[in-house]
Design a protein around this ligand. Structure first.
Ligand code: FBP
Length: 549
């Protein structure tokens, strides 16, 4: 395999563990803390998890390892979208497992949770693992979005575990995958399988966090990658002085990625979906807000700018949500065929006009035609509009253009569009993510070794140097509440949206009016892997602000 010089160099990088895990396996002891309760709906969740609810939070310390000697056969699964550092979770898990006993075995189930159900796996050895140390991607075993959630699936999983003598499964995933990990852990306990389940918090979206989990892995590298690119675009914009760049960034629903990129690069505009929802902003109001900045900057001779648009924003615009619901209704059942049979767009438009309420039609009418057509072309398997595919960066630039025309704007407004998502999900993990992920994996094995089930691997105090990080575990049920999903009440890990009274948003809010008009861009540059620690081991601005730094 051809390897770049950086790839070769990264193989040699030794990820930093929290101080308490550095003294060798024989000197890691466990300290149990208080029994836990779920964040809400305690009675209901306790009833749903009779075998795994209320367990104690734990931390590891330097001290004699008192775990029972037992051959461990562990299966690991990567679940959901790629996030930088996933390989290192597996490397950390493998190293701790082998350091405990050479007899221990690590299997990787391929292509996500489906690999466990289909018994499709690889057995890791040193050579296999060494080829993936400190690299991006999930290609070590692949990932997938199959959900492990039914009793039938759990029964198949139990059989596969029994066949291989598996003692524990590690699920590396986001809020949904870890919710499912907790349900699987409960099933395994209820059926006395003896198989433990441990989760690890992954997602570039940054929305798996709470008072215990300071951040999900991958967020650091992905946002640094997007921020580098946005900074480069800002510098180009400020050099050429002729374009407004509309940059959509990933983040299926929460705007943590957009906010972090804004904190890193100080663009003229950054929309925050959670604020749009809280203020019940309309598309027209948002367009007016951006158009104001365009006009003010133009008045100062600056016919250029940069606007960051979070991927999920349109779903947070109340009137757009209603429009989508009405379109789904309009095309329900066999009405899609009737619609598709219509020949011209004019005929289709008349059909739509007849079917939508006047309010939704007013929203629909202001959309550019390409977006109007997208709403009817891109449907999911249930026939619903796929909102994530809407090119919101183009939508907003078109709406702003219309506003400027209405206002009789005489300056220049030339828009360019970008979408940053896949560019960052498989980058070489930053030192932070390389260290954090390796620690999460190493720690996950210690949780297994000490017999815990239904826990999330937890490494905290992350804004400090790795030496001061705190390793431990938290029962997943502690993070759960009951939410309505697909018409049913379900126990789920609460998804963390951007908090409008949180420090990162407050900092942004206090500065954004200045950034909108002035050219206050900051240029983070590329992720640095080697060099001074103040350049190479930086955490995100979000984490630093949350920690009051
Ligand atoms: P996860 O929640 O699985 O980590 O994935 C997040 C994400 O990267 C979103 O930001 C994005 O909307 C989505 O995945 C894209 O998914 P896909 O890779 O299936 O296109």
């Amino acid at each position: 395999m051809n390897q770049s010089p950086l790839q070769k160099a990264r193989y040699q990088y030794s990820p930093k563990l929290p101080g308490m895990l550095r003294n060798g396996i024989s000197e890691i002891c466990v300290k149990e803390g208080n029994a836990t309760q779920s964040v809400a709906d305690q009675e209901k969740i306790a009833a749903l998890f009779p075998n795994t609810y209320g367990e104690k939070e734990i931390t590891f310390e330097k001290g004699e390892n008192t775990s029972a000697a037992k051959k461990q056969v562990v299966g690991v699964i990567l679940s959901g979208g790629q996030a930088p550092g996933g390989h290192n979770v597996i490397c950390g898990l493998y190293d701790a497992l082998k350091a405990t006993s050479k007899e221990n075995v690590l299997y990787g189930f391929k292509n996500g949770p489906i690999g466990l159900l289909e018994d499709n796996y690889v057995e890791f050895d040193d050579a296999y693992i060494d080829a993936y140390r400190n690299t991006g991607g999930f290609d070590i075993i692949g990932s997938g979005r199959t959900k492990l959630e039914t009793e039938e699936q759990f029964a198949v999983a139990a059989k596969v575990c029994e066949k291989h003598g598996i003692t524990a499964i590690v699920i590396i995933g986001g809020d949904d995958s870890n919710t499912n990990a907790a349900v699987l852990a409960e099933y395994f306990a209820a059926h006395n399988t003896g198989v433990q389940v441990i989760g690890c918090p992954k997602t570039i979206d940054g929305d798996l966090k709470n008072e215990d989990i300071e951040c999900s892995f991958g967020f650091d590298t992905a946002t640094k990658t997007y921020s580098e690119l946005i900074g480069n675009i800002e510098r180009d914009a400020n050099s050429a002085k002729k374009y407004w760049h509309f940059v959509k960034v990933m983040g299926r629903s929460a705007s943590h990625v957009a906010l972090e990129c804004a904190l890193e690069t100080q663009p003229n505009i950054c929309l925050i979906s959670e604020e749009v929802a809280a203020k019940k902003q309309s598309l027209s109001e948002i367009a007016d807000y951006i158009a104001d900045a365009v006009e003010k900057r133009s008045a100062n001779g600056n016919n250029f700018g940069v606007a960051i648009i979070p991927e999920g924003v349109v779903e947070f615009v109340p009137e757009f949500k209603v429009l989508i619901a009405e379109i789904n209704e309009l095309l329900a059942g066999n009405k899609t065929e009737e619609f598709n049979a219509l020949g011209s767009w004019e005929e289709k438009y008349a059909f739509i006009e007849k079917g939508l309420t006047a309010e939704s039609m007013a929203v629909f009418a202001i959309l550019p035609q390409t977006i109007q057509q997208q709403l009817f072309l891109e449907r999911d398997p249930h026939g619903n509009v796929q909102v994530s595919l809407i090119e919101s960066e183009k939508l907003f630039s078109a709406l702003v253009k219309d506003k400027l025309t209405e206002r009789g704007f005489t300056g220049k407004f030339n828009a360019l569009h970008h979408f940053f998502g896949y560019e960052g999900r498989c980058a070489f993990p930053s030192n932070f993510d390389a260290d954090y992920c390796y620690s999460l994996g190493y720690n996950a094995f210690m949780l297994i070794q000490y017999g815990y089930n239904g826990y999330l691997s937890k490494v905290s105090n992350l804004s400090k140097p790795a030496e001061e990080w705190v390793a431990g575990g938290m029962p997943i049920t502690k993070m759960m509440n009951i939410e309505r999903r697909n018409g049913e009440d379900k126990p789920v890990i609460k998804k963390a949206l951007v908090e409008l009274d949180g420090k990162p948003f407050k900092f942004f809010e206090a500065n954004r009016d200045t950034w909108a008009v002035e050219t206050a861009y900051t240029y983070p540059g590329a992720i640095q892997y080697y060099g001074p620690t103040e350049v190479c081991d930086l955490t995100t601005r979000t984490l630093a602000l949350e920690k009051g730094e």
